[in-house]
Design a protein around this ligand. Structure first.
Ligand SMILES: NC(=O)C1=CN([C@@H]2O[C@H](COP(=O)(O)OP(=O)(O)OC[C@H]3O[C@@H](n4cnc5c(N)ncnc54)[C@H](OP(=O)(O)O)[C@@H]3O)[C@@H](O)[C@H]2O)C=CC1
Ligand SMILES: O=C(CO)COP(=O)(O)O
Length: 327
């Protein structure tokens, strides 16, 4: 089973799912893209376009289907739904998984209510799945267009992680493998919350120096949570941690940054696009509190989103913290 990995299914035909299907086709895999709504599947199949990722033409070799059983037949399955929908997607897949096979989480977040990470949700919902995670600095639009991207792919078993990299990698999509599953999951989840903070600073015109300070102190808290959860420091400083934090805190393409900018300007939140940080913020701060980890920037974002603090009160609370040693 571990040597072939010729076929790949992507579950979740949104922006990221469509880009993942494109990259797997570029890696010369046989690709199935699954949309839960069969009308959407038919429309994407007929037009070779997905309104969720405009301007991208789907390669003719990619099969688009509403049939989950067809997706479950693939050698590798990628789950590209939003994090809070991953359990439902894997639960629907589970009865069709006849053999043990890798199921790779491509969502960035932590499940609300349970505080479970994406690979934990996969393991619970599909006993036949070998959970893995793919995360890193990569906008769907860049990946779909074949622009150079590097990400991290983690599985508990190093040989499996490396074989998955061989199956999905290409000249322009370069996954690095690791066994530090938890480190990769924490980086991807936390960076979205921190990007909302960076956006608020931009929207409030706090200046480029504040922006750099916020991103750096954001990284300190991401790394602190990683340490508390047993992650490796190289992972936190790698593509799925610092790398994705830099991308998301600095690119206007980021939906999390855009949400923060709108909040900072006092505008209506852009509701039509998914900003995972909004859903991750409350569970991230609960998780940090349960581990006794100090995450002041994330706390401020969660408090702003819940209405517990105004933006000015949250900024004031960050600026009046006692001076301390860096770390
Ligand atoms: N976009 C990007 O650049 C990147 C996104 N990611 C991550 O990927 C995840 C998805 O993001 P993105 O693709 O942008 O979001 P989108 O909103 O573009 O798409 C989400 C897709 O998931 C589908 N979906 C939701 N629930 C289910 C379910 N239970 N079963 C099957 N499909 C389901 C939706 O279907 P429907 O249309 O029927 O609602 C929709 O097509 C997020 O966690 C994000 O952080 C990671 C890297 C890059
Ligand atoms: O995860 C991403 C880039 O790595 C996408 O970021 P946004 O969800 O903020 O657009």
């Amino acid at each position: 089973m571990m040597t072939s990995f010729q076929s790949v299914a992507v579950i979740g035909a949104g922006a990221w799912g469509t880009a993942l299907a494109a990259l797997a086709a570029r890696a010369r895999r046989d690709v199935v893209l699954h949309a839960r709504n069969s009308e959407s599947a038919k429309q994407i199949a007929a037009t070779r376009a997905n309104p969720k990722l405009s301007g991208v033409r789907l390669d003719a070799s990619i099969k688009v289907t509403g049939d989950i059983a067809l997706a479950a037949d693939a050698d590798i399955i990628l789950i590209a739904t939003p994090a809070q929908d991953l359990r439902a997607a894997v639960t629907a897949l589970a009865p069709h998984l006849a053999a043990t096979k890798p199921v790779i989480a491509c969502a960035k977040g932590i499940e609300r209510g349970t505080h479970k990470f994406m690979t934990e949700v996969i393991a619970e919902a599909a006993p036949n799945a070998i959970p893995a995670i793919l995360s890193g600095p990569s906008f769907a639009a860049d990946v779909a267009r074949g622009l150079p991207t590097a990400v991290t792919l983690a599985a508990q078993d190093e040989t499996l992680a490396s074989t998955l990299v061989q199956a999905l990698g290409s000249a322009t999509f370069r996954p690095y493998h690791t066994t530090d599953v938890r480190g990769v999951e924490i980086g991807g989840a936390a960076k979205n919350v921190l990007a909302i903070a960076a956006g608020i600073a931009i929207g409030r015109k706090l200046g480029a120096s504040a922006q750099a300070a916020l991103t750096t102190r954001g990284f300190a808290e991401l790394a602190r949570l990683g340490r508390a959860c047993g992650a490796r420091s190289e992972t936190m400083a790698g593509l799925s941690g610092l790398g994705d934090l830099i991308l998301t805190c600095s690119s206007p393409q980021s939906r999390n940054l855009a949400l923060g900018i709108a909040l900072g300007r006092g505008e209506q939140r852009p509701r039509e696009k998914l900003a995972e940080g909004e859903f991750t913020a409350p569970v991230l701060v609960e998780l940090a509190a349960s581990q006794d980890v100090d995450m002041p920037v994330s706390n401020a974002v969660a408090a702003i989103l819940s209405g517990a603090l105004t933006i000015d009160e949250a900024i004031e609370s960050l600026l009046t913290r006692p001076f301390k040693a860096e770390g």
